[in-house]
Design a protein around this ligand. Structure first.
Ligand code: T3D
Length: 265
């Protein structure tokens, strides 16, 4: 089952990473974490990569930590913290910090850390049959992988608190109506839509999009004054890219722009 816990594929202009332990709903082992980390590093190092599609094999997106690794033969459970420090926290930081859009195609249940990994992506598309579960409370744990930070920011404190405390599943349609994800899509159309979005990003002004990601993330810690200063700086940086010059020229010449993406001027 674990020959290839993560599958990575290079498409024209973007990479596709598929979590691949379908018999365990793609729950994380250390081997899978390492494979995912390597696949993300490969995508980041590839200058032609201008978007990332993250999805799961089989009927689930990801069921979080593989709990088989959390019970010893003598029936004991470990003291936790190490795996967050070594794997989950760096993973969330990496997903948020990648210099191109990350699209999650949530093909089925996303539970525990699997739910929060999906929500850490820039754009979340979900199959209509998918559900999102903060399952931590069911086993006496606390939402991790950024869940306590991102969930209240996406859906507000009342809903975040209730979901975290009850571990009630949220359907894709409800997740969309609450603003937790971008879109709920017919199951049969999910992957086509996700690829279409990544194809769109593969010819977008990538350096500008990376600045947009950073500006939105940094806004959480800023007051309006500080954010206005940040926008001035980021706009200055964006204006130095050849994509900005191309965008203006193409508009005035009434033609489609041809953006170079990650190439600096
Ligand atoms: O270091 C640390 O440990 C801290 C980090 C923690 C991060 C976390 O993610 S903690 C939370 C861990 N995840 C969970 O608690 C979720 C456990 N899974 C479930 O609650 C349910 O499986 C789902 C709600 C996700 C889906 O339910 P359902 O009915 O659709 O499927 P199922 O029958 O429960 O699961 C299918 C198979 O996957 C089943 O195996 P089997 O019986 O067919 O051999 C099940 O045991 C396996 N599976 C699902 N989730 C996990 C898992 N096996 C190991 N670990 C899992 N997390």
């Amino acid at each position: 089952m674990d020959d290839e816990p993560v599958q990575a594929e290079q498409r024209s202009g973007y990479h596709v990473i598929t979590l691949n332990r379908p018999n365990r709903l793609n729950a994380f082992t250390e081997t899978m974490h390492v494979a995912l980390r390597d696949a993300l590093a490969t995508a980041e190092a590839d200058e032609s990569c201008r978007a990332l599609l993250l999805t799961g094999a089989g009927r689930g997106f990801c069921a979080g930590q593989d709990l088989n690794d959390r019970l010893s033969k003598t029936g004991e459970t470990p003291v936790l913290g190490g795996a967050l420090e070594t794997y989950y926290n760096p993973l969330i930081r990496k997903l948020r910090g990648l210099p191109f859009p990350v699209v999650a195609a949530v093909n089925g249940v996303a539970a525990g850390a699997g739910c929060n990994i999906a929500l850490a992506c820039d754009i979340v598309l979900a199959a209509r049959s998918a559900t999102f579960v903060q399952s931590f409370a069911k086993i006496g744990l606390v939402p991790d992988s950024g869940g306590t930070w991102i969930l209240p920011r996406l859906i507000g404190p009342a809903r975040a608190r209730a979901l975290a405390l009850t571990a009630e599943p949220v359907t894709a349609d409800k997740a969309e109506s609450w603003g937790m994800i971008w879109k709920s899509i017919a199951d049969s159309e999910l992957m086509a839509e996700a690829h279409k979005l990544c194809q769109h990003f593969s010819s977008a002004p990538t350096l500008g999009l990376a600045l947009i990601k950073r500006a939105l993330d940094e806004s959480w810690d800023n007051d309006l004054d500080a954010q206005l200063d940040l926008e001035r700086e980021f706009q200055r940086e964006a204006s130095l890219t050849s994509d900005y010059a191309e965008g203006v020229r193409a508009f005035l010449e009434k033609r489609a722009p041809v953006f170079g993406g990650r190439k600096p001027r």
